[in-house]
Write a new protein. Sequence first.
Length: 478
Amino acid sequence: MKDCRKFYIDGKWIDPTKANDFQVINPANEEPIATISLGGAADVDKAVNAAKTAFESYAELSLDRRIALLQRIIEVYQSKMEEMSQSISQEMGAPISLSRAAQVPAGFRHLKEIVKVLEHYQFEQFKGSTLMRKEPIGVCGLITPWNWPMNQIVCKVAPALAAGCTMVLKPSEMAPLSAYLFAQIIHEAGTPPGVFNLVNGDGATVGTAISSHPGVDMVSFTGSTRAGTAVATAAAPGIKRVTQELGGKSANIILEDADLKKAVKEGVQSCFRNTGQSCDAPTRMLISQSKMAEAIAIAKQAAEATQMGEPSLEGIHIGPLASKAQFERVQRLIQKGMQEGAMLVTGGPGRPDGILKGYFVKPTVFSEVHNDMTIAREEIFGPVLSMIPYKDENDAVRIANDTPYGLSGYVTSGDIERARKIAKRIRAGNVHINGARLDFASCFGGYKQSGNGREWSEAGLEEFLELKAVFGYTADET
């Protein structure tokens, strides 16, 4: 069992101020795989002070030297991709093939992309006789979840480093091993002491201490909408910037002119990817009433063809949910769907047949779902699909937008222009047309209760910058 009880502060691995051991559980077998420490306010204070001291010099580091640092981090990260894949698979249950193909490469691609951005980004521009200058915002608190660990850590750390900021990272205590390894990568790459700091802990203690700390200039948070509200509340007295990427309940509109078999099958697979533990998963499948019976049959077949297995096994399958708490939540919501009158097409409560241990759940499909049902309103974060009928195109858009969330949307049509027109009507920060994948050179973030601000690429960099107007230049100087 790994011993990961130290924190990374000011370029050194140090003991917590007060011992508070916490076991990290492998969700596939419910066995402990590591011990970490849960920190407290005193540990956060040490980390923030280190970051604050380091900011004075790091903020002035030349662009070329920041690019060189990021390139060294890329090299070290690349050398540890297999170790990182194993860590993520063990700590949160992602199948090793998914971990290698998507979980770990996501962090690598964010690093590569931010270097491309820095190579052309203009930190200073003139508007008339005024210099418009973009400067690092300062010390940043970064709070990340467990479902896509490297994606969500690196899409914050990389632009913060690129901007000239220093930071304190609190990863999820449920999946801290990948963050621990990432801190080792940062150290091995020669990052100046104090620029990057890691304190493990829970949200109520360390998350609150970071969000409320007067020495923190900005908080970048990814997690549930409930936790995001707590972060914003704690940060509010300090009038600090808070960017949030929160929950989702994304609609997948399949129009009647789409290739129904292909669209429904791919919609089920996308919903179940990462065992449904993705904030942008297309969990509400909207189908024309005239096509619903056929679509249900296709979805049932696709769900029942979904393989489940140990995360350590090679192949295309889904693993367990990440924790006991998540398993219990998904079970409650499946039961709620049945109680409220949704039709259980396949799956349902309990573990899959033959599996007695681990946080595995049955791939589940509900039909006859109304948009006011709990399973259509709340983010489930498991492999649970709700199929909702619509009358016509306008009704589909209405249902898609009838949600407190606004992270992603999906539109499938045989007419690309029709799909694009509908995409513009969806109130979400990201819309996928005909199965288009995410683009790391674009941006990611939501409307409404799915958050504020944007991450990834140039938009992500700008969240870590302050805009200053410097007056008094002459025409010759501009």
